[in-house]
Structure formats: C-alpha cells, structure tokens
Ligand binder design. Structure first.
Ligand code: UDP
Ligand code: MG
Length: 343
C-alpha cells in the first residue's frame, strides 16, 4: 500500500465544550475528503479547562480514531498549548486551528496544496474579521505595532491559523523560550512561506478566551521577545542626554566664570553636580543596556543556524535517526551540550 502522509491538526482547547462537537463535525468531512492522500490525526490540547471539555474529548477519542488528547494540569496559555501540540504531534505537516471555528477547516485543502508546492509555512491571511469594529481596529493596530518593533518579519494580518512542515517543527524543538511568541519565532526561522486569504468568521459559541489582559501580555511577549529595540531606545536616549548635559554644564560654567552676573551663589555648582550625575547615570545605563541586550539574545538560545537542505549527504534513514536518539536523550546530555558549537 502506498504510504500516505500524516497531517496533524492541532487544536488548543480552553473551556470550549460547546465547540467540540461542531468542530469535529466540520473536521471529519474535510479529513474524509482528503483521505485518499492523507491520514489525519487531531491533537487536542486541553489547556486546563474546567467545563468538562477534557471529559468530552476523552469520550470522543474512544469513538473517533483520529483523536488524541493531551491535558494540561492547569491553564498554561494559548501559545504554550499550541507549541506543545506541535512538538507532540507526529504528522509530516501540522495545521493549527482554534476550537471556536472562526477559521474554516475547509481551507486545509488549499493549505496542503501550498505545502505540497514546497512551502514550509502556509498561513491564513484574514481578509476581514467579522468582529466588532473597535476590536477589529485595535487588534490590527496592535499587531502592526508588534510587527514594526519586531526584528523578524511578520506577515501582516496573518493569524495563528497555519500549516507548518515537519522541518519547522524540528527547528521549533531547538528553541527554548519561556515566554513564547510562536508567530515571530516561526517567522524568524525563514523557510519558504506563503499566505492564503480567507474570511475569518465570528465566534458563534462561548466567549473569547483571549481577553485584554492576555492580549497585552502576548503583545509584550511579541515586542520583548523579538527585539531589543526598547533597550536600544534607552541607550540612544542616554547618549543624547549625555551630550545635552555636557552642553548644559558648559553653559553654566561659562556663565559663572565669564559672564559672572546674577547667578545666586552655589547655583552653578549644584547644577553642574546634578548634570554630572545625570551624565554618569545615562552613560552607565547605556553600557548596561548594551550588555543586557547581548545577554538576552544569547540566553534565548535561538538555533545558531538552521540547515534547510543538504546535498551530497546520506539521507538520514529511519534506523539511523533512532540510533541517534539515545545519545541525545540521557540526563547527561546537559553536560555534553557544552561541546556543541551551536551553544
Ligand atoms: N485558548 C487556550 N488557552 C487559553 C486561551 C485560549 O488554549 O488560555 C484556546 C481557545 O480555546 C481557542 C483558541 O485558543 O481554541 C483561541 O482562543 P479565542 O478564540 O478565545 O481567541 P480569539 O479568537 O478571541 O483571538
Ligand atoms: Mg476565537
């Protein structure tokens, strides 16, 4: 029998009990329609739901052989849920989709076509969002700001509805981020990417789980994560301050010694001392900022390089790759990793 490719559908679930059955009713026909070419697995990540979502999923898993369910001990957040799903899935490609059916599963067909055409990342680009106008606008503005600040090029209006290839998942496995911002991380990998336009519909059941507080913290992750721009701004402000204060000192000293008019006694001395201390603060903050920026980039441990293709190398066979694993897995791996040039 011809080997079919496996496609994993990653679904983060946080209190979505009303959405689970409607979602399965939409997913299955798509999977059935593509069944000649692909096998599907649905990887549900229950992100600490307390409304019985997990129990329902576990029940559905006994009825539907495509379903696999992972359940977190508590709510860890959307980003970590999808990353865990991607790392746990077995597919040759993985498609991430929200549980609330805002993104149409029917788009899988096009995503897979684009993947087969050689793209490692296929993301949905929102043509319009059927949400409140204010919400629409503020979200757009919000992503634009993150994009502007980010050093990685993020595709505008692309959401988290996307397909990634196995190579991307492997690269993701190398990343060690405590505050992940997946969109940016995937963009930073490079690889060939393409967008497919679609209409994002409104959530019909349940309410949005990404409220303002979460959006703001996600925004902060997006900015802080992909950029040392805030640090750099602090550095430049510091440098400008140094020159401004030097000029200020010059003016006061000149005034006191050359013009020597109505300055009250002691004022020039005080001002010069204050300005000197501002200079020293600005100077040292600029220096510290420069070092912290570097430390930050180092600590993030982005993959040193990502090899996309190899020519003239023996293809890594199934048995060879599993023989490699014992070297990587034991707890001593941490000690050995010091020898890796990529560290
Ligand atoms: N979600 C999650 N953990 C969270 C918040 C949300 O797994 O802490 C899931 C949620 O169940 C949904 C997806 O992430 O499947 C997107 O959430 P939501 O629809 O609330 O976001 P929005 O569409 O409003 O941006
Ligand atoms: Mg939603």
């Amino acid at each position: 029998m011809k080997h079919k490719k496996l496609v994993s559908v990653i679904v983060p679930v946080f209190n979505e009990i009303e959405n689970i059955d409607p979602l399965l009713e939409r997913l299955d026909p798509v999977s059935d329609r593509l069944a000649e070419r692909y096998d599907f697995e649905y990887v549900f990540i229950d992100d600490g739901s307390d409304d019985g979502s997990f129990e329902l999923l576990a029940k559905r898993a006994t009825e539907n052989r495509r379903i696999r369910v992972l359940s977190f001990s508590r709510n860890f957040g959307f980003q970590r849920a999808i990353i865990t799903g991607l790392l746990e899935c077995r597919g040759d490609a993985a498609i991430q989709i929200d549980a609330d059916l805002q993104d149409p599963p029917e788009m899988f067909v096009e995503f897979l076509e684009q993947w087969e055409a050689g793209n490692d990342v296929v993301y949905g680009v929102r043509r319009g969002r059927r949400e409140g106008r204010l919400e629409n606008f503020s979200r757009r503005a919000f992503y634009r700001v993150i994009n502007a600040l980010s050093e990685d090029h993020l595709p505008p209006d692309a959401g988290d509805f996307r397909l990634v290839s196995r190579r991307v998942i492997e690269a993701l496995d190398e990343v060690d981020d405590y505050h992940p911002y997946l969109r940016g991380t995937i963009a930073s990998f490079g690889f060939s990417q393409t967008g497919v336009e679609y209409d994002r519909s409104a959530r019909e059941r349940g309410e949005s789980k990404l409220r303002w507080r979460k959006m703001v913290s996600l925004g902060a992750d997006g900015i802080l994560h992909h950029s040392v721009l805030p640090l750099r701004i602090a550095m430049w402000v510091g440098i400008v301050m140094i020159f401004a204060m030097l000029a200020g000192i010059g003016i006061y000293v000149y005034g006191k010694t050359v013009i020597n008019d109505e300055l009250p006694p002691g004022l020039a001395t005080t001002v010069v001392l204050i300005m000197t201390s501002i200079i020293l603060n600005a100077l040292f903050l600029a220096i510290i900022g420069a070092y912290v920026g570097r430390i930050y980039q180092q600590v993030k441990r982005r993959p040193f390089t990502i090899v996309a293709d190899r020519v003239g190398y023996e293809p890594v066979s199934e048995s060879a790759s599993s023989a490699d694993e014992p070297v990587k897995d034991p707890p001593e791996a941490g000690i050995q990793s010091g020898a890796e040039p990529a560290g």
